[in-house]
Structures are given as structure tokens and as C-alpha cells.
Design a protein around this ligand. Sequence first.
Ligand code: PLP
Length: 423
Amino acid sequence: VNRSDVHYFGAGPAPLPTAVLEKASQVLLNYKDKGIGLCEISHRSPEANEILADTKQALSTLLDIPDDYDILFLQSGGSGEFSATVYNLVSVWVEKKRAEIANEVGDNKDEVLKRLRKVVDEELKLDYLVTGSWSKKASEEAARLVGSKHVNVALDARKANDGKFGKIPPESEWNLTPRKNGGPAFVYFCDNETVDGVEFPAFPKSLEGEDAPLVCADMSSNFISRKVDVRKYAIIFGGAQKNIGNTGIAIVIIRKSLLPPQSQHASPELLRELNLPVGPIVLDYPTIAKNNSLYNTLPIFDVWVAGQVMAGLVNTYGIKRIGGQEEISNEKARLIYGALDKYPDVYRVVPDKSVRSRMNICFRVHGGDADKEKAFLAGAEKKGLLGLKGHRSVGGIRASNYNAVSLEGAKRLVAYLEEYATA
Ligand code: PLP
């Protein structure tokens, strides 16, 4: 089977541009005519440093990332960032509170600790908007690390939807920690829920404003697929293996004011005194930032792939930057949803229209009839339309519409949807 005969709609790992893969096969053998491949050279070599700088530059250009943000690369995967965000932002919160108390009571360490214990006990809250499986997992990890008493599930979207994900209730119904007393340590959400096909249509208004909380967003499955106002976020993170590159790295965009010297993080000793977790050093953002993401061995080939994908988008869309990709992503999603909506007796899109993901299009065939869905998938496979099976936890069909799925691929899927529905 030829690569060009197949359109792959899997949810990740996901397709990459063929041109990047062709070049990758060359650089694996011989990078820049050095006689040695990219996976074989030091992550501290000048070549690796150049790749890091170029990749950061391409991402900054694409998303218009301001200078007061840093870009980090880690081997953590998306899930590792569920933990890293908690370790790091709790640490920032604790140190800030400690400094405030020390300012009031002076050098008396026992008194500072006594008051800090009380403040942690009463005020430490991490707000989670749970709109699908991945934000649910992230909230569970937070509860595992700091205790469920400190985790405020400000929204459980299943409650308004018969126990299932698929809607985002109005912001007036969210139960965010009030901003008085400094509000929550952070508010977390998953911008695009890969399993449930739910995407935030826009940045939540209630997280804006002068005393806005620190906002942390998982963009693993819609990274570089639309414009993002980076300034609204404290942290944006995502695994690379869907829209950006191959599996192996996560990318973190972080406001520099959350890193030293502007923000100190709590010492391990203090965190231990407070019964709060001390994170592994490889997830410690100050350490990663100080070392230009080279605290430990970084899979530089993975960074190279991500850099090539991003540079490709910069070249293709010029001054439109990510807006160019956004238009194509929207158009592909519009075509696919259009075909699904045209045949309501055959297809049912799972999430509510207002929050339909442009990236992961989840639907049922004939009300979820198992045999019919199997036949639908088999028919698709015959046409070279692969990876359409829904996540094992929810079943059904899922067409992942990541950047490397071409307009042609989306049109082929639309043709099949039409053909199946009218057969
Ligand atoms: N977040 C989202 C939105 C995801 O879709 C995934 C994986 O599919 C993850 C996090 C977890 O990523 P990883 O498998 O790299 O830990």
C-alpha cells in the first residue's frame, strides 16, 4: 500500500507531512553532511542548539508568542504535564504566600510556618474545568498529588448532560474559587478534549480581567491549529504527537514571571514541612528553563521534526501565520460536520453543536449499532480511510482532523460519508 493511497484519521500519534518524513529519513542517516545521523549526536552540540533555537523561533512566529514567555521542551508527554503544572504552580503559590507572611511577621520562622500551614490548609485551591476525559484525568492527578480537598472541580460538564461529556455549560454555572484572598492557585482546562470531541469555542470570559487567575491549558490535540492569545495563559502545554510532530516531547509555553528571578519557587524543605509534594527535577520548570531544556538528554530529533513542521507552516502561511492553518482546519471540519448533519437518520454527532471539536469529530452510525459501525469502519478501510475507530472508552467513530490531514483527505472522507448514507 502506498502512503499516498491512505488517509489516516487516528487521534494520535497522527500523520506528519510526507516532505518532513522524507527529509527525516535523510537526517537520521547523515545530518548536514557530518557523516553521522541526528539521533547519534549530542544534545549539547552546536547543531542541537541550533535546532532548539530554530524550533522556538518557528513556534514564536506562528503563535506570536510575546518575549515575556519562555518555551520549554520536556520528555514528559502530555500526562507528565498534568503533574508538572501542579508541582510548579503550587510551589509558586506557596512561596508567594510565605513571602507575604514573612513580610508581616518578620524573621520568626516558626511563626511564618505556623501561619503558612493555616493558609495552605484553608486557601490552597486548584480549579479544574472538567469537560472530558483528559481534564478529568488531570484533575485526578492533582487530587492524587495535593489531596482532593485542595482540588475544586469548578465544572463537571457531565452533570448537565446525563452523566456524559459533550456540553460546556454557561460560565455563570461554573463554581470558580472566588478571587478574594487571591483566588485559586490556578485554573486548569483542556482546550480540546480528544476522546469526547469537545473544544472550547473561545477563551472563557470569566478567566479574564485585571485580577485574572493563572490559567493553564492543555492544548495537546489542538496545538497550532488556531490563533491563540498567549497572554491570557500562564501555561500552555501539549504533547507533540498530534498536530506538531512525533511522540517523544511535550512543549510548554510559560509566562516568564512564573520563573526565577521574577518568581521564586518554594524550597523542597518548605514543601515537605507543609506536606505538599516535591516534584521530580525533570519536571521542574525553573531547572528546565535555566538549562534551555537541556537539563537532561533531550530527544533532539523529535524537536527537529516539530521544528520542520512549524517552519513548514510559517513558510506556507506567511504573515497569516497560524491563521492560515486555522482557516484550513475550520474548512475541513465544516465539510465533515456538514456531511454528518445532512443525514440525521444515519449519523449523530456526539457533542453539542456549540462545542464541537474541529480536531476530533466524534459521531455514531445508526444510533451506535455495533454491527453497523463495524461495517462502516470496514467500508472506510477499503477506501484507504484509516484510524476512524472511536476511543475504546466511548466507542463509536472519531475522525481526527489534525493539521497533516489534507483537504483532499477530508473530501475523501466526506465522499465516503455520502456514499455510505445513500447506499
Ligand atoms: N491531553 C490530551 C488532550 C490528549 O489527547 C492526550 C493524549 O491523547 C494527553 C493529554 C496525554 O498525552 P500523553 O499520552 O503524551 O501523555
